[in-house]
Design a protein around this ligand. Sequence first.
Ligand code: ZN
Length: 496
Amino acid sequence: MRHHRLLVPGAAAACLLLAVPASAADATPGAPGIGDSYYPSYGNGGYDVSHYDLRLKYQPTTDRLEGTATILADARQNLSRFNLDFALDVSEVLVGGKKAAFAATGDHELEVTPAAPLTSGRPFTVVVRYSGTPSKVVAGGFTSWLRTPDGGVAANEPESAWWWFPSNDHPLDKATYDVSVAVPDGTQAISNGTLQSTSSKLGWTRYNWRSSKPQAPYLATLAVGKFDITTDTTANGLPVINAYSKDLGGNAGAARASVERSAEIVDWESTVFGPYPFDALGGYVPNVPTGYALETQTRPFYSPKQFAKGANTSVVVHELAHQWFGDSVSLKDWRDIWINEGFATYAQWLWSEKEGEGTAQELADYTYASHPADDPFWTVEPGDPGPENQFHNAVYDRGALALQALRNEIGDEDFFAILKGWPTAHRYGNASVKDFVAYAEKVSGKPLASLFDTWLFTPSKPAASQARAAELSPAKAPVRPKSWQRIQDTHSAHRH
Ligand SMILES: [Zn+2]
């Protein structure tokens, strides 16, 4: 859902009055990509989605998914056809209630040609009927759908939607969601937001989930399996739903001892980052063999491996910090990944400081000193790491180091004002690294381009003199903070 701040109600009405029905002559195809610099085919041009209504049925024993997606969108140009990002088999597409022609093109594109052109500025409705076995579908050379012994999970970055619903798959197009999933009795379906209702019929239980705030497609999640579910509320009454696979073995206790603290962690993060942006929260731990965690909106995904060494509140702090940094304030282009990962990692540093396991300054000193100048770590620019290094450790650790350098340059008062003000300034919207630099300069009244060039955009280790200027200790081997290894363990690559 893009925000068009300049459209006052009067102006919107005028636009609608002026909208002339598109004719075949002036309608053109929407672009097959939204214009991302790292992933040119991700997202699509020519329209903007406001809502997804997904009605699904999933059989865990066969990994068979059937669905009907109803997509509400607005045309942003006169459209002769448009694309959706999707990789399962489609049997029918309706646009405005009329049968539309469709074709699978590329490996994750569904090209839809409506019976008549769509008019710029007008809303339209798309219905897509589909089915498939997501774990068997390869797109882009990989399969994001995770199969578990008792079901399946959609959670990956930057793409996971292609395996379970058609979408405009880019954070620039956020929307609200209703996700309704029927699964065999005794099995649960977990998704984002609030659980509106459940119902049971002929051996199938239907779970109805709602995400009422704008959400990027990659942050939509679905997990089907046999779960133990716990509920709680935050200090100000938000509902908390957590889910744990019944099959976590030796990791079950540590997983619960960590994720059950989600409400407490969100309460603490709210004191640092401002009001929590969503109306529900929680976390889920399915029995997947992968190692990563992901900030799926309101309800992060945690792999059991995150808890293999014992309780790990640090990873919970990271994924819940993303609710402000990455989910509510999303990047504009995947090259802006630092505005997600630098801040979620810095939240772990602040938590470490609070828990007495090493201050942010100590973690920054250690990060700087523990990577020698010839370590490839320093060749990655967190401000523009390239798609191959999008989830490199440097984006996280050097990314957090950049924030400590900023903190030392502008002082605690302005720094913490920025940590609170930034998520408010861009709530439910999109922003770039450039936008952040401008925001920090505005709040602090200091020129900061050179500081950010040094820490985010230089493919080499900043010199000892620059470290001293940033009030870091350039010493060779400061003491390793207690939280260091745990924080490293949470950075396991998100992608494939
Ligand atoms: Zn992260």
